[in-house]
Design a protein around this ligand. Structure first.
Ligand code: NIG
Ligand code: FE
Length: 414
């Protein structure tokens, strides 16, 4: 008999998502959860040692701790590959303005939106920012998110962007918060008259500083009409690539600008949002293997009828992932279970497709596809025991938290 530290046994359905080859799931593979009935997982330290039928795992392993998951689904922890986790204050007054008929873009044009947050950020105290980010991170973990990307982007000054990324680092002690520099999220008030100067600061001051301090793994840009143009986005991303950062892009969210094409041209790891992506952009992403990070909770929360053409992207062979977009303006949720429901309804995904997009493919969207996102031997032991007997209930019975237990880095944390 081999010794393990933890056994999770008798899962009614164990969603292994182990396709036995590297790379995100595309096309038909997206719909394949690799379900093991009466499944079990053996955990040693912070790693998955083995996955299989309970009879098989019980015959091979003994462990001091055994979790009985009878009547429950077991799956990999969610990976949320797009959040704006570090922000100074909530913006519920803008939510209500939208409920009463103003659009997100109208509110932003009147000085609200990201610039509203940036103003509040300037006066914010480090300990308050940290406390807010920590509490949100805890909430996402309790809803099953074991790996999360976190962007800066409300500071919009070198000091304040560095501070945001330091906070992302401080809430992470074991590599499960992936930091992304998003200094090009908006042009702040003081540079509205000379946006070229702000882009110079981003490319010549912020990026080298952030890279030298090792504070970010990726650089992202909000490429959007009235925010950063394609040419500006290209300049910023090329500077980031030169500094050694991976690339991401807020692309074609509210208007078609050619963001997907730019992401493909620069071989970005992901292009995100894509509500208005063109067919050329879809083909370019498929060819370049850029992951489409789709954010259905944002379409929902902005009250949009339009969702990204998720089904068409899957058919075209684009690897698709799902994320919350957690931020105080356009998506105030960190709940990936809610994202599954909105993805099924908004894109016409099966529940299985949504789950693969929210775990395995999401891991590839943050460069961690070999480390997390499926229940495979050698991967980090991040898994969820869900209080549902069949996986479809996870998206179907919406608006509640189905997570009964979270195993994070091999430890039972909730
Ligand atoms: O991803 N689109 C740009 N940034 C965020 C919104 C940020 C905000 O409103 O505070 C987004 O939707
Ligand atoms: Fe975003």
């Amino acid at each position: 008999m081999e010794r393990a530290d933890l056994l999770v046994v008798h899962a009614s359905e164990l969603l292994a998502l182990d396709h036995g080859r590297p790379g995100p799931a595309v096309g038909k593979a997206l719909d394949d959860l690799r379900i093991i009935p009466d499944g079990a997982v053996a955990v040693t330290g912070d790693r998955i040692a083995a996955v299989g039928a309970t009879a098989e795992i019980n015959a091979r392993y003994t462990a001091s701790r055994v979790l009985d998951a009878a009547g429950r689904v077991v799956m990999p922890g969610f990976v949320d590959p797009h959040t704006h986790l570090v922000f100074p204050a909530t913006r519920e007054e803008e939510f209500e303005m939208r409920c009463l008929g103003k659009s997100y873009e109208e509110i932003a044009a009147a000085g609200g939106g990201i610039r509203n947050s940036a103003r509040k950020m300037r006066g914010a105290r480090r300990e308050d920012l940290l406390a807010r980010a920590k509490s949100l991170r805890r909430m996402t973990l309790l809803h099953g998110t074991t790996t999360i990307e976190a962007k800066s982007g409300y500071g919009l000054s070198t000091e304040s962007e560095v501070l945001s990324l330091e906070i992302a680092r401080e809430i992470d002690d074991r590599g499960d918060v992936v930091p992304t520099f998003l200094g090009a999220h908006e042009v702040p008030d003081e540079h509205r008259a000379d946006r070229g100067e702000y882009i110079r600061i981003v490319t010549e001051e912020m990026i080298p500083r952030v890279a030298a301090l090792g504070l970010a793994r990726f650089c992202d840009v909000f490429c959007e009409k009235r925010v950063f143009s394609i040419e500006e986005s290209r300049r910023i991303l090329v500077a980031a690539r030169t500094a050694g950062l991976g690339l991401k892009l807020h692309a074609d969210e509210l208007n078609p600008t050619g963001g997907a094409e730019l992401a493909a041209e620069l071989r970005a790891v992901s292009a995100d949002h894509l509500i208005r992506v063109s067919d050329t952009g879809i083909r370019a992403m498929a060819r370049a293997g850029v992951v489409a990070v789709l954010l259905p909770a944002t379409s929902y929360f902005l009250g949009m009828k339009a969702f990204a053409p998720g089904r068409r992207m899957v058919s075209a062979g684009v690897p698709v992932a799902l994320a919350t977009d957690l931020n105080p303006g356009s998506s105030m949720t960190g709940n990936m279970q809610f994202v599954l429901t909105t993805a099924c309804l908004g894109y016409g995904f099966t529940v299985a497709e949504a789950i693969v997009a929210a775990t395995l493919n999401a891991a590839y969207a943050v460069g961690l596809g070999e480390e997390v996102g499926s229940l495979a031997p050698g991967k980090r032991a991040d898994l969820l025991v869900l209080d549902v007997p069949r996986y479809r209930l996870l998206a179907y019975h919406h608006g509640v938290n189905h997570v009964a237990t979270v195993v994070h880095h091999g430890e039972v944390v909730a």
